[in-house]
Design a protein. Structure first.
Ligand code: SAM
Ligand code: SF4
Length: 319
């Protein structure tokens, strides 16, 4: 079992399979980076899988594939199948912008993917275009429906930003209600790569807008999830991810692996250790030691509560 120095059990790994993306979201990658990591520096799926196996043997029970945009990486279904075959009861999930899903959702589900979180920041084509800097809405909506049809459990992720999509919170919530998909609003996390002018809505501002139309009860933070959940009178539950809350990190259960092999203990900080050489040398003992070291060094909490921005790129860590 992996336990950090604050007695938190670490049983969840987020694996970013590429930093590249087909969107240029204002809050994540508004401009194309000066250069991409060269392909030869990226771990192959077999190499990533070697490390994931070590994590699973040490007690990891949930793997989420993310990016950049994970669907840009070829043969993703084969990677999913490797993980699924190694431990069929693993909680195997993905986060995607959904644009390429219509073509691949079925293949991913058949390979063993169980759950998928799809980003949906606006239901207005022009606003979605403004945020992603590309005409995306119809493809994303089609991707959401396709994922549902093939039997994946779908959640919707949405980042409310003042003056951008802040008047769409009820519409996004009602999209979730009518499609029977939980919506999770994510407080915008300040980072040095985002559009400098962005101002995110706080959890209380989001709740105030929802409260104008709905009554809800506070269900608290769910075990193993970063979301604070609320329940409408109808029984529908929605979540808010509140990284600015002082106690947000109290139950953190995750580490992150990038496509380049950096193992990252916390989304906010720059600290990381590379597992690339040990995996490429076949030194799995060393890779296991690095895993335990990174878990041990997990910081107690992020610094978003003090309004500082992170210098980590979300498209590298996978959010
Ligand atoms: N490309 C995929 C997508 O957009 O869903 C996966 C990668 S993306 C980095 C993962 C999640 O991080 C998305 O739900 C996205 O909305 C969220 N995200 C990215 N930058 C963020 C920021 N600055 N603040 C809050 N959430 C952010
Ligand atoms: Fe791409 Fe996702 Fe970042 Fe948007 S949030 S730029 S879709 S990685």
């Amino acid at each position: 079992m992996l336990v950090d120095s604050f007695n938190r059990k670490i049983d969840y790994i987020r694996v970013s399979v590429t930093e590249r993306c087909n969107f240029r979201c204002q809050y994540c990658m508004p401009e194309k980076p000066f250069s991409w990591v060269p392909k030869e520096n990226l771990l192959s799926f077999e190499e990533l899988f070697e490390f994931i196996k070590i994590g699973i043997d040490e007690g990891i029970s949930k793997v989420r594939i993310t990016g950049g945009e994970p669907l840009l990486r070829e043969d993703l279904d084969k990677f999913i199948y490797l993980i699924h075959s190694y431990k069929p009861d693993i909680d195997l999930a993905m986060t995607t912008n959904g644009y390429l899903l219509p073509k691949v959702a079925e293949k991913l589900q058949k390979a063993g993917l169980k759950r998928i979180n799809i980003s949906l920041d606006s239901l207005i084509p022009e606003v979605a275009h403004h945020i992603a800097q590309k005409s995306v809405l119809s493809e994303v909506l089609e991707g959401i429906q396709k994922a549902k049809r093939v039997g994946l459990k779908v959640k919707i992720n949405s980042v409310p930003m003042a003056g951008v999509n802040s008047e769409e919170i009820l519409d996004i919530l009602e999209f979730g209600i009518s499609n029977d998909m939980p919506v999770r609003f994510i407080e915008y996390m300040e980072n040095s790569f985002a559009n400098r002018e962005l101002v995110g809505l706080t959890s209380s501002e989001i709740l105030e807008k929802i409260g104008k139309r709905y009554s809800f009860t506070d269900e608290g933070v769910e075990a193993g999830s970063p979301s604070h959940y609320y329940k409408l009178e109808s029984g529908y539950r929605f979540g808010i991810i509140e990284p600015h809350r002082d106690d947000f990190c109290t139950h953190c259960n995750r580490i992150r692996l990038t496509a380049e092999g950096h193992l990252i203990p916390c989304l906010y900080f720059d600290e990381a250790m590379s597992i690339k050489d040990s995996i490429r040398d076949g030194n799995l003992k060393k890779a296991g030691e690095i895993l335990r070291e990174v878990v041990k060094n997990k910081p107690e909490k992020n610094r978003w509560d003090s309004q500082e921005e992170s210098s980590r790129a979300f498209y590298e860590t996978g959010g």
